[in-house]
Design a protein around this ligand. Structure first.
Ligand SMILES: NC(=O)c1ccc[n+]([C@@H]2O[C@H](COP(=O)([O-])OP(=O)(O)OC[C@H]3O[C@@H](n4cnc5c(N)ncnc54)[C@H](O)[C@@H]3O)[C@@H](O)[C@H]2O)c1
Length: 329
């Protein structure tokens, strides 16, 4: 079997971190051959072509073909998995409305091209920010493609949330489970530890011995640390998260295709779960079963947690309404 994978913004930093890991089998495993389509804008074509030359020099046995293009019709032709990474960053003095409009100009046509050219069971993961609303725009423009096929990446936030707990509890990160992210991939996101476990024991119980006042630590230390981790990386490293973002994108797509053992987090279309208006693409606790994301239902959500979810969802509603007001949705 060969899977066709399209990466938009393939000439950028995250693209460069993604391509070689996909070619090495880190996404689909050691038996699945891949065909890569590197979609760029004309200014990024040189970087993507350079990456394609290096992919060739990697002599990856699983890599069947690489195509570099600035034409979305070619880029999404036969695409099974799309990673939409290329986006318009916020420039100096740029208003939020301008940012949303610029990205609608990218993700609308890409959604339409996916509907026209991708394979019938295409799965789309939006990485480029504002990821949730970009995914919504792409989905709205993709006539005939179920909304469930469009997702936004919030796995990096979850990985950060688990890693921060691991560090605080001095526990291996893979013993920490069920730390969903709710809402928007932004500073309003809500990393929720209320159902989390460490080696099977409730995280809140384990935290008490270490941090004392758990609710205060969550509100004042943990949640801001996770939500502002992207800004911390920019400050320390001098540029935004790249390898960790690529790693999370691979985690997300791998789980979507191969299934999950436990919950994880993804920005998926709401059908009204947990008070999130239907149609919005919000992060939820999810499982992947038979190639489909399922929102974990029936969770007990405290008033405090629901208020956090609602605040992040209010931001998603604002973003959606701003795009609608511009006539772009
Ligand atoms: N969801 C997440 O967790 C997460 C984490 C980190 C970064 N991001 C976002 O990922 C995006 C990419 O980050 P990066 O560091 O790779 O940026 P980058 O600037 O290095 O690369 C972006 C690339 O996209 C290309 N591009 C722009 N418009 C395009 C279009 N219409 N079609 C195809 N390609 C296009 C650019 O030419 C550039 O090569 C940013 O929006 C960033 O905010 C998201």
């Amino acid at each position: 079997m060969t899977t066709t994978i399209t990466i938009s913004g393939a000439g950028g930093q995250i693209g460069y971190a993604l391509l070689f890991r996909i070619a090495a089998g880190d996404l689909l495993g050691p038996d699945e051959r891949v065909r890569l389509r590197l979609l760029e804008i004309p200014q990024g074509i040189g970087a993507a072509e350079g990456a394609a030359l290096e992919l060739q020099d990697g002599a990856f046995g699983l890599l069947e073909h690489v195509e570099v293009t600035d034409d979305a019709a070619v880029g999404f032709d036969g695409c099974d998995l799309a990673l939409l990474v290329g986006a318009r960053p916020r420039g100096p003095g740029m208003e939020r409305g301008d940012l949303l409009a610029a990205n609608a100009g990218i993700f609308g046509p890409q959604g339409a091209a996916i509907a026209a050219h991708a394979s019938s069971d295409v799965r789309v993961t939006v990485v480029g920010n504002p990821a949730n609303t970009n995914a919504l725009i792409a989905s709205a423009s993709a006539d005939g493609v179920p909304a469930e096929r469009f997702t936004a990446l919030t796995r990096l936030d979850e990985n950060r949330a688990r890693a921060q707990l691991a560090q605080t509890l001095a526990a291996p990160v893979d013993t920490i489970r069920r730390v969903p992210i709710w809402g928007n991939h932004s500073a309003t996101q809500f990393p929720d530890v209320s159902h989390a476990t460490v080696a099977g024991r409730p995280v809140t119980e384990a935290l008490e011995a270490i941090v004392g006042d758990v609710p205060a630590w969550l509100a004042d230390t943990y949640i801001p640390r996770v939500a502002k981790r992207g800004a911390e990386i920019i400050q320390v490293r001098g540029s935004s998260s790249v390898a960790s973002a690529a790693n999370a994108a691979l985690d997300h797509v791998r789980d979507w295709v191969h299934g999950t053992e436990d919950w994880t987090s993804a920005g998926v279309v709401s059908h009204g779960e947990y008070g999130v208006p239907a149609g919005l693409i919000s992060s939820f606790p999810v499982r992947a079963v038979d190639g489909e994301w399922q929102i974990v239902d029936g969770l007990e959500v405290s008033e405090w947690a629901q208020a956090r979810i609602d605040a992040s969802v209010a931001e998603l509603i604002e973003e959606r309404d701003a795009v609608r007001a511009l006539g772009l949705l």
